[in-house]
Design a protein around this ligand. Structure first.
Ligand SMILES: C[S@@+](CC[C@H](N)C(=O)[O-])C[C@H]1O[C@@H](n2cnc3c(N)ncnc32)[C@H](O)[C@@H]1O
Length: 432
């Protein structure tokens, strides 16, 4: 009787993969050229989605941050640099299974001369609580690789402070059409092969795919083409990988005692942008948020990952919204005067944005090949040109000559904010 070798535990296989192919491929010297920023975890986003526009870095008490499954360091470098630039008193913990990935991440932090990061090698499922509790946890592209993602998320939720929150990314099923066909073929052909041998088989399989294969037809995934061997392996050859539909994201979050603040970018999860039919638009408009988000994923087809922020279920904090009064009058933010709020930009060049809006009084937004145009109010370019992350809205209004009347000015601010905040381009924070 032939006996097959017992399979290694999932965690060891995952560790070995990232020891051989630390992901994403990075070198410390690249830090001299650029800072990689992104979602989740970009400071401005975290202030908006987790802390309701109140910058936690402005407090004296140390801000405790965990980067769970930090890989080669993109999030830990971004957060440590942004904390440093703001003079925030942040203590950051990085945990990853892979010592090779940690070495790269540590090198990047050293290269920037940053401090206040504690590096830990091991599983955050076992270790997160030991170094917690945390105000913010960043876990990007990791939970879907755990043998039990639900338990992993519960472990993170358990080490969160009551007012804290998390930025998460998990793979999305529909946009990754074809990826799991490849993974299944690899299981059938070469279930036990690892490392370079697995890569070789995977590359031969990919090179010979017919043009009708779903991966070949899917333009929305490209890590296997642009991400080097580490990207190819991570996308197509992973042995522990699952994806989520919107409904599954909601269930995932809720089973851990958490509440979804929003997906990023919120506009991408608005199904109304994907249909030209008024009838369907009217039906979509009356659906509850979860159904609307699920419909957006189905309609769009190009969402390859779900990026979202969560807080504890009983945390009442909400991202900043501007409430428009029914009649002419001042819009308000959380019941208070809007004028003291400080606008700040997302990851966009403010001068370029202002210049392009000045030409057309509209903005073109591109979501992975789906483009939409939104009209903006007349003062938009002039307002955007004055946004520096320091000046309040009232200070901006007073800087116009002549000074515009209050409520029509703030009505324009509200309209501008509604479009740009949904695209993650403009946020409002409370004064320090
Ligand atoms: C796809 S990479 C993502 C890295 C990083 N978060 C990013 O977005 O660039 C997944 C990382 O999660 C780590 N990982 C997987 N399971 C883990 C666990 N239970 N504890 C700690 N790290 C884990 C892997 O070692 C790997 O570095």
């Amino acid at each position: 009787m032939s006996r097959s070798k017992p399979r290694k535990p999932i965690l060891s296989r995952t560790r070995e993969q990232y020891e051989t192919f630390p992901y994403p491929a990075r070198r410390a010297e690249e830090e001299d050229q650029r800072l990689i920023t992104g979602s989740p975890g970009d400071w401005g986003e975290v202030v908006h989605y987790v802390f309701g526009g109140r910058d936690p870095g402005a407090k004296d008490a140390p801000l405790r941050i965990l980067v769970a499954g930090g890989g080669t360091g993109d999030a830990v470098v971004m957060l440590a640099q942004q904390a440093h630039d703001r003079g925030a008193n942040a203590e950051i913990v990085y945990i990853d299974l892979s010592a090779a990935s940690r070495e790269i991440a540590e090198g990047r932090i050293r290269r920037r001369g940053l401090e206040n990061v504690t590096f830990v090698t091991g599983s955050f499922v076992d270790l997160a609580a030991q170094y917690g509790p945390y105000d913010y946890i960043d876990c990007c592209g990791v939970l879907h690789h755990l043998p039990d993602p639900d338990a992993g998320l519960r472990a993170l939720a358990g080490s969160l402070k009551p007012g804290g929150g998390m930025g998460l990314m998990v793979y999305a099923t529909i946009g990754r059409t074809g990826v799991y066909h490849m993974q299944e073929m690899m299981q059938r052909l070469s279930a036990e092969a690892e490392g370079r041998a697995r890569l070789e088989t995977g590359k031969a399989l990919f090179a010979g795919l017919p043009p009708t294969n779903w991966l070949k037809r899917n333009p929305f995934v490209n890590d296997h083409i642009s991400g080097g061997d580490a990207g190819f392996y991570d996308l197509l050859l992973h042995q522990q990988d699952r994806a989520y539909r919107v409904d599954e994201v909601y269930d995932f979050v809720e089973q851990a005692g958490l509440r979804l603040q929003n997906f990023v970018e919120p506009l991408r999860y608005d199904p109304a942008i994907y249909t030209t039919s008024d009838d369907i638009g009217a039906k979509l408009a009356v659906l509850p948020p979860r159904q609307r988000h699920a419909m957006a994923e189905l309609l769009a087809g190009n969402i390859t990952k779900h990026i979202f922020y969560v807080v504890k279920t009983d945390n009442k904090t909400r991202p900043v919204e501007i409430a428009q009064p029914a009649k002419a009058g001042m819009p308000r933010v959380g019941g208070q005067d809007i004028g003291a709020m400080v606008p700040y930009l997302g990851r966009v060049d403010g001068a370029k944005l202002a210049a392009s809006v000045a030409k057309s009084a509209q903005i073109k937004i591109n979501f992975s090949g789906f483009a939409l145009i939104r009209k903006l109010p007349p003062a938009s370019a002039a307002i955007l040109a004055r946004v520096d992350g320091q000046r309040s809205l009232e200070n901006i209004r007073q800087s116009f000559d002549p000074v515009p009347e209050s409520w029509p000015f703030y009505a324009q601010v509200a309209a501008l904010f509604a479009v740009l905040s949904a695209a993650n381009l403009l946020f409002l924070r409370h004064p320090a």
